[in-house]
Design a protein around this ligand. Structure first.
Ligand SMILES: Nc1ncnc2c1ncn2[C@@H]1O[C@H](COP(=O)(O)OP(=O)(O)O)[C@@H](O)[C@H]1O
Ligand SMILES: [Mg+2]
Length: 321
């Protein structure tokens, strides 16, 4: 029996990009997300990593239905939610919650925290005042704050405290899947570990499943059971943490890892780029072709297939072996 809570299949999403050099501003589509498939098992934290602009947030927004995919399926708790009507989607929406990078923009500055939370409960039809207060009181200690914070305005809270409130907001609807998108990137380094530990302990206590999105490999390694590496809208490698750290095979993952290691040693790493074949990138080239230190002519002619190396390791590269 399968044990996954979420399965996404072949997600595609393109945006219009305008060619500013053209006199007629011709519209051109570019693929923000291309052929993304993966699963998240119950109680598992899957890390999604890749540099800024590679499509991580778009994947999160497609899963939470904040963005509509062009094609592909999102199967949540056994149900294909890609094509549900608004009405049928309503009960499922509260089961998947997304937490974003910037807690300040998620909280209305004119409302005290208490009111923000009550309105969130109201929106999921919990209207009884006493019940609202019970729920809020129960969660406020879980996220490491006290009741006294409820009568404050967002600007009276630190960044870390605001992010704790955003985590609380996500938990209010009793979700089973959390999409955490760069949730510590806007916070001071000293606060980051506290928020990560909070998320980890909540995940265990409430048996949550999580897609943990970050551009920071160290943080993903700390948080996740399994890692998915994205580059320019595609998954180029995936595997459990140990496997990725010790046995990664994709040149892009290796580059990510070496930049982490060199940061630890305080050295800059120079990307060795083989420029011999790189002048013209084909539409059907490997996504990493023009930056890959190992690329060969075939990498510009044919997209690599997704190769399954073992139960918990896949890679998209012509030279995986
Ligand atoms: N609403 C949008 N309209 C046009 N382009 C977008 C939109 N949202 C994202 N993009 C583009 O899609 C690509 C992927 O974005 P995003 O998913 O935010 O990446 P990441 O989260 O990995 O930084 C980027 O090039 C971004 O500029
Ligand atoms: Mg993002």
């Amino acid at each position: 029996m399968n044990n996954y809570i979420l399965k996404v299949e072949n997600l595609q999403k393109s945006y219009d990009s305008f060619n500013s050099h053209s006199m007629f501003k011709r519209k051109k589509k570019f693929k923000a997300v291309s052929d993304i498939s993966f699963e998240i098992n119950r109680g598992e934290i899957v890390g999604l990593i890749g540099e800024s602009g590679c499509g991580k947030t778009t994947v999160g927004k497609i899963i939470t239905k904040l963005t509509e995919a062009d094609s592909g399926n999102v199967i949540f708790e056994g149900k294909n939610i890609s094509k549900l009507s608004k009405k049928d989607l309503q009960p499922i929406r509260s089961k998947i919650q997304m937490i974003f990078q910037n807690p300040s923009s998620a909280l209305n500055p004119q409302m005290k925290i208490q009111r923000v939370l009550k309105e969130a409960l109201f929106s999921i039809n919990i209207t009884d005042k006493e019940e609202q207060e019970n729920i809020i009181n129960q969660y406020i200690t879980k996220i490491g704050l006290t009741k006294s914070y409820l009568s404050r305005y967002p600007h009276e809270l630190s960044g870390g405290q605001k992010q704790r409130i955003c985590i609380l907001l996500a938990l209010l609807t009793n979700p089973s899947l959390i999409i955490a998108d760069e949730v510590v990137s806007a916070l001071d380094l000293s606060v980051q570990a506290q928020i990560l530990n909070l998320l980890k302990s909540l995940q265990e206590e409430l048996s949550l499943s999580m897609l943990f999105i970050s551009h920071n490999l160290n943080i993903v390694y700390y948080m996740a059971d399994r890692i998915i590496v994205m580059y320019m809208g595609e998954i180029v490698e995936s595997g459990n943490c140990e496997e990725i750290y010790k046995n990664c095979r994709h040149p892009y993952t290796k580059l990510l890892l070496s930049s982490v290691l060199s940061l630890e040693d305080n050295q800059e790493i120079e990307e060795e780029i083989n420029t011999e074949y790189k002048d013209k990138k084909n539409d059907n080239a490997c996504v990493f072709f023009d930056r890959c230190p190992k690329s060969m002519p075939i990498c510009n002619q044919k997209k690599p297939e997704n190769i399954i190396i073992n139960d918990n390791h896949t890679i998209k590269c012509h030279f995986a072996e």
